[in-house]
Each structure stands twice: as C-alpha cells, then as structure tokens.
Design a protein around this ligand. Sequence first.
Ligand SMILES: NC(=O)c1ccc[n+]([C@@H]2O[C@H](COP(=O)([O-])OP(=O)(O)OC[C@H]3O[C@@H](n4cnc5c(N)ncnc54)[C@H](OP(=O)(O)O)[C@@H]3O)[C@@H](O)[C@H]2O)c1
Length: 347
Amino acid sequence: MSKSYRLAILGATGAVGTELLELLESRNFPIADLKLLASERSAGRSLRFKGENIPVEPVSDRAFENVDIVLASAGGSTSKAWAAVAVAKGAVVIDNSSAFRMNPEVPLIVPEVNPLAAANHQGIIANPNCTTILMTVAVWPLHKVKPVQRIVASTYQSASGAGARAMAEVKAQTSAILQGQPPVAKVLPYPLAFNLFPHNSPLNDLGYCEEEMKMVNETRKIFGTQQIRITATCIRVPVLRAHSEAINLEFETPFSAEEAREILNSSPGVKLVEDWKTNHFPMPIEATGKDEVLVGRIRQDISHPCGLELWLCGDQIRKGAALNAIQIAELLVEKNLLQPSKAYVSS
Ligand SMILES: NC(=O)c1ccc[n+]([C@@H]2O[C@H](COP(=O)([O-])OP(=O)(O)OC[C@H]3O[C@@H](n4cnc5c(N)ncnc54)[C@H](OP(=O)(O)O)[C@@H]3O)[C@@H](O)[C@H]2O)c1
C-alpha cells in the first residue's frame, strides 16, 4: 500500500507551472488527483500530464477542496489572495512567490540547506527567490566548513526569470532586430535582445532593487544568521533560460580553492564544471534543463587573503523554482509532515 496525494498547481500555465508538471511526471511524485488552476484567461485550455489532457480551471474557493498540497506559482498577489483559503481547507501551500518569504512564521526552504525548518510550517512554506536558491546551494557547503563573513554577488539573469511572456518577447525582439525592425518591449521595460539592463524590480532608498534585497535577506534567513554581510548587483541579460552568478566570498581565515573544490565536488545539488585547459566553465546553455547548480572557476581572490571567487549557472525555472518546490513536497511526504488525516490512501 502506498500513499498518494491530491495536488493542485496554481499558475499551471506559466513558465514555472509548466515545469512543475514536467517534474511531477518525471520524478513520479505519488499523485492521487491533480488540479490545474490559472486565471480566467486560461479557461478552456488543457495541459498534458502522463498522457492525459487535464483541463485548466480558473482559481476559485472550491478548487482547493480535497487538496493535500498546493504548488502555488501565480505571483505574489494571487498567493496572498488564495494561500489562506487553501490552508483553511486543509492543504499545505508551497509558494513560489515572494508573498510570505520573510514572514517569521513561514519556513523558507532549500532542501539541500535547511530541510529541518520545514517541520515548523503552519500551512505555508515559501520557496526562495531563484537567484538565492542557486547561490545558497553552492555557498552553504563552504559556509558549513568555515562560516562565510561577506558575500558579493553579481548576477546575469535570463529572460525566463520574468516568466513565459518575457521569453516570447525576447525571441520576437531578436527576430525583429535580425530583420531590421525595431524591437518591441511590453513585458520587460526595455528591449533585452542584444542588450542588458539592471533588474527592474523597485528600488529602495539605498538604491538596491528588490531582487538584490531578496538575495541579502533570504540568504540570511535560510542560513539562520543575520551576521553575514551580503551585497548584490542583479542584471537581466539576453539569455533565454538559466541564470548565472559571479560570487565573491570572504572568510575569516583563508579557504583554499582546492579545499573548496573538494567540498563542492561531493555536495548535494552541485555539479563541478571546470576544465582549465579548455576554459570550459558553467554556461547557461549547459545548465538549462539540469537539476544541479553548475559551479566552476573556483579560485583564490587575489585582492583578499581570505577571499574566494566562484562562478555558477543554474536553471532557475527548475532548481530556482519548480524543482525546489517539488523537493519540498517530497520532503513533507518523506518526513510525514503533511496532515496525516489529509493524506489520501490508495492501494
Ligand atoms: N520564472 C522564474 O524563473 C521564477 C523563478 C522563481 C520564482 N518565480 C515565481 O513564480 C511565480 C510564477 O512565475 P512564472 O515565471 O511562471 O510566471 P508566468 O509564466 O507569467 O505564469 C504566471 C501564472 O500565473 C497565473 N496567474 C496570473 N495571474 C493569476 C490570477 N489572478 N489568478 C490565477 N492565476 C493567475 C497565470 O495564468 P494565465 O496563464 O491564466 O494568465 C500563469 O499560469 C511568480 O511568483 C514568480 O515570481 C518565477
């Protein structure tokens, strides 16, 4: 006898929602029933899952009845509107948006880093920001050996980070430019094809954008310490999928590149990609569709005796969103952290 669970994906038609469906199928998550929810715009659509066409329903109160796990991926305002409804009806919500991440009562989980925090959930678990997930998977194994004092992160973020419509927009801009036409920007604030610009999330009084502050605040929450000094510069680049990050780490005592390489080589969720002879290091096209965060170019920082440099690429729709959410769901199931009475038993 095996347990299977009643799932709902809120935002099933989006970039992350589509990936959630693909991963639930390929990882063979035990599903008794699957509801696909989106906005009224998707009425009449259906999506393929395990060879079947499943209709997409507009989100409503009733949609959360008889659901064990909601994978929410429809933006912060939609999560704020519906997460409490789903929890009141007995579901656990794993939320991809930023709506609840810094709420002290909501665990913020990267399963390779702080899985134990999941035990404290009160119905909602937050999936961290994509750039934060990728960075924490690579930095945590080093931090465990020698606490990191300061992190300087520079990101190179793909169009897909802004959703399915942003990906389509960059493709259309690229083809317009190649045909001598002006690129049209409607989803992103400026043309991204053959261009780049600082992340366009709102700026605070110190000149940091929201995306940068997510890296600062969420990393501290996930690592369970406010002591790490973190600064970030987030840039959108004309890459279709997978984010890249240059990470500079400062420790109290020297951390040799060799030791870091050895640690990362056996760290969960990390794959070392380093061929110094051919100059082959992580690239977004090689990270696309991969579960692991690709890490390479690990080297001593020549400007600081206790500094270390590394470069990483990760599929932010996958490990930065959908995969991380499903790993959290798997953790809840494995550790029996869902309401037992809600689990649907099938033979
Ligand atoms: N893309 C990434 O790399 C990434 C990474 C980490 C986290 N996230 C977060 O994940 C969430 C989804 O991102 P995405 O990139 O998948 O966006 P997306 O491609 O734009 O998809 C948005 C999804 O939300 C649905 N939706 C929008 N408004 C809704 C409403 N009022 N009621 C019900 N459903 C609604 C859309 O349905 P319709 O098709 O019907 O409009 C669609 O299914 C966001 O919170 C985002 O910040 C994204």
